[in-house]
Design a protein around this ligand. Structure first.
Ligand SMILES: [Zn+2]
Ligand SMILES: [Zn+2]
Length: 644
């Protein structure tokens, strides 16, 4: 008798050995029909696996993480089978499942083309129709080497040679395609349906440029057509919003071959930047921060003291001044500590909140660079807070409230918080870690915040909170962070004079709200798809003239708006009005467009058109000026704040 324990807690009994199909069937016919694989005591197996002992069994269905992984990996095999059929003599390397899909590396006689991808996809569909059985079998290592040598599959031979002698290896056979594989796989090809081949790219064998360049075909695979369709739609939407494309179209920023990873901001991009920075300054002053500016380059010795020279050296740029090595700062922290250390501090002065919009440089590989999202220099909206251990909780509450004010109140972003706690290797004694982690949790509890804990994921020098915002197509971006630091205060031996007239060690916090201003602008471009809200738009109002006679009045409107602080542009070119509207609305996505014709001049009115709307309304100029002044004012929507 075999006892099978199911996740539901039920126990099924079988007379003798039993395979996974039979177990699924004993639960329900519908389960047996869609089951892809199973787990026996946590170990993934195929549906054909025969159980001969008592065990915990879980049937894997398509709509689970395990299920979709089996589908993705099986679709990779399916693609390899199709490729072998269509292009005999192609050698196969490896084909894992990845996020959203799979890839397979091939060594074909000729490079694959886009048309080949279509053919391969078609062949995959016909193999699905044939309902080819997928069977597992075993071979010894040495037999397997001979087997693949006979087939001329040199990459498989190389993989197997790395495996210890005497081991039994598992293989999967579907039709005339055999792959070395741990499995599990779907029972037959008809279980696969929702996939799409995406692209083909070069990839070095085993990721090393000393090896041959293979051809990697990427594909998407999901457990249902709907999910595949949704994902393709999401990608299309993301592509439309790509900040690199929009940044060019909207004249916001550019990259030059003279500075890969070093963005140039154009006048319109600078407006956005300045609005964000001005607001940052204003709100931080209100929240009791002072601003400092620390140097870009500092003596190597400082970086040795801070530890960056030993832990972060490969990301740092260096130069020499008077035969002494200087490093360009990758972080503002050591400079911030020096600024604190410059004076004497009493407990009465704490907390000291020192903000800095600091330009940092970090080396990134050229292949990793991505528009404004991944650059080699960027501005952190940094601040370092120095405080007594007793002040941690209240300070953290203050920072969270400030972050909430920006994310919820200003941008209307939804966001999540993650708390990363003490890792195995950590400095600072247990008591201070406890105190800090408790303070972080208490702060969030007091604010009624939900948060996820990542145990052991904190930095070696302190626990942290990460803030992840969600953009309007559901992508998450990590921006804000609050990081406690027990390391730098020790390394730099900073102190304050306590009530007892003795020296004490302050607690240090690093925190950012935007994170990197450059990257945050990239996120905003994609979030708004280039159609910035009125308060942030580089040009808030554009005046479009219908003919040359109205230019004097149009100029007068522009100068009135300008004097009221509205960012206004005048388009008085001798172009057709339809063309001007298309450019202002379609290309530049300007929130408010004023169309000036004869009747507007005669009645001292403006004809108003809003971005994305075909409606036009007419208003007296004086009324419009009053209204737009109010509308362009930066407002925090206090109702949206999570903690009021
Ligand atoms: Zn496989
Ligand atoms: Zn810092």
């Amino acid at each position: 008798m075999i006892n099978v324990s199911l996740p539901s807690g039920d126990i099924k009994q079988f007379e003798g050995s039993v395979n996974m199909f039979e177990i699924a069937k004993s639960i329900s016919n519908s389960l047996a029909k869609k089951a892809l694989a199973a787990k026996v005591d946590g170990q993934a197996v195929d549906m054909g696996y025969v159980l001969e002992r008592d065990a915990n069994v879980e049937i894997i269905v398509p709509e689970t993480e395990d299920g979709v992984d089996v589908i993705r990996h099986s679709t990779a095999h399916l693609m390899a089978q199709a490729v072998i059929r269509l292009f005999p003599g192609t050698k196969v390397a490896i084909g894992p499942s990845i996020e959203y899909g799979f890839y397979y590396d091939f060594d074909p006689k000729e490079q694959f083309t886009e048309t080949d991808l279509e053919k391969i996809e078609e062949e995959m569909r016909s193999i699905i129709k044939e309902d080819v059985q997928i069977e597992r079998f075993e071979m010894s290592r040495d037999d397997a080497i001979r087997y693949f040598e006979d087939l001329g599959e040199e990459y498989k031979v190389e993989i197997i040679r790395d495996i210890a002698k005497g081991e039994m290896l598992s293989f999967y056979k579907q039709g005339d395609f055999v792959d070395l594989c741990r499995g599990p796989h779907v029972p037959s090809t008809r279980y696969l349906k929702a996939f799409k081949l995406r692209s083909v790219a070069g990839a070095y064998w085993r990721g090393s440029s000393d090896n041959k360049m293979l051809q990697r075909i990427y594909g998407f695979a999901f457990s249902s057509d709907k999910e595949l369709k949704d994902h393709l739609k999401f990608l299309e939407e993301a592509e439309k919003r790509d900040h690199r494309k929009l940044g060019k179209e909207l004249d916001l920023f550019f990259m030059s071959e003279y500075g890969p990873g070093f963005p140039f901001f154009l006048p319109k991009g600078m407006v956005i930047r300045n609005v964000l920075e001005d607001l940052w300054r204003k709100e931080h002053t209100k929240a009791g921060y002072q601003e400092v500016k620390t140097p870009i380059m500092l003596n190597k010795e400082l970086w040795e003291t801070s530890g960056h020279w030993y832990n972060y050296r490969e990301n740092m740029y260096t130069s020499e001044i008077d035969e002494t090595v200087f490093a360009i700062k990758p972080m503002n922290c050591p400079g911030g500590v020096l600024a604190y250390k410059h004076g004497m501090h009493s407990y009465k002065d704490l907390p000291i909140r020192m903000g800095e919009l600091g330009l940092v440089h970090r080396h990134e590989f050229s292949g990793a660079l991505h528009g404004l999202m991944r650059v080699r220099n960027f501005t952190q909206d940094d601040a370092h807070i120095f405080m007594t251990p007793e002040q941690i909780e209240e300070e953290i509450i203050g920072v969270i409230e400030l972050i909430d004010k920006f994310y919820s109140g200003l941008f209307g972003f939804e966001y999540r918080i993650e708390l990363s706690t003490k890792p195995e290797k950590a400095i600072g004694d247990a008591a201070i870690w406890d105190k800090a982690e408790t303070a972080l949790e208490n702060a969030m509890k007091k604010l009624g915040k939900a948060y996820k804990i990542n145990p052991g994921d904190g930095a070696f020098y302190g626990p942290k909170l990460d803030f992840k915002i969600k953009d309007c197509i559901g992508r998450e971006w990590q921006c804000g962070t609050i990081q406690l630091d027990f390391n730098l205060p020790e390394r730099f031996d900073i102190s304050y004079i306590g009530e007892d007239n003795d020296k004490h060690r302050p607690v240090m916090v690093h925190r950012v709200i935007y994170g990197s201003i450059e990257r945050f602008i990239g996120i905003l471009i994609e979030h708004y798809a280039g159609a910035f809200p009125l308060w942030l738009a580089p040009t808030q109002v554009k005046i479009l003239t219908i003919n040359d006679d109205v230019i004097p009045y149009a100029k007068e409107v522009a100068s009135i708006l300008e004097s009221e602080g509205v960012r206004v542009e005048l388009d008085s070119r001798a172009e057709k009005i339809g063309y001007k509207i298309r450019e202002a609305n379609g290309k530049y996505k300007i929130p408010v467009q004023l169309i000036i014709g004869k009747s507007e001049v005669e009645n001292r009115e403006v004809n108003i058109r809003r971005f994305g709307s075909k409606d036009q309304t007419t208003q007296a100029l004086s009324e419009f000026v009053t209204a737009i002044k109010e509308e362009t004012r930066i407002k925090f929507d206090m109702d949206k704040l999570e903690n009021k």
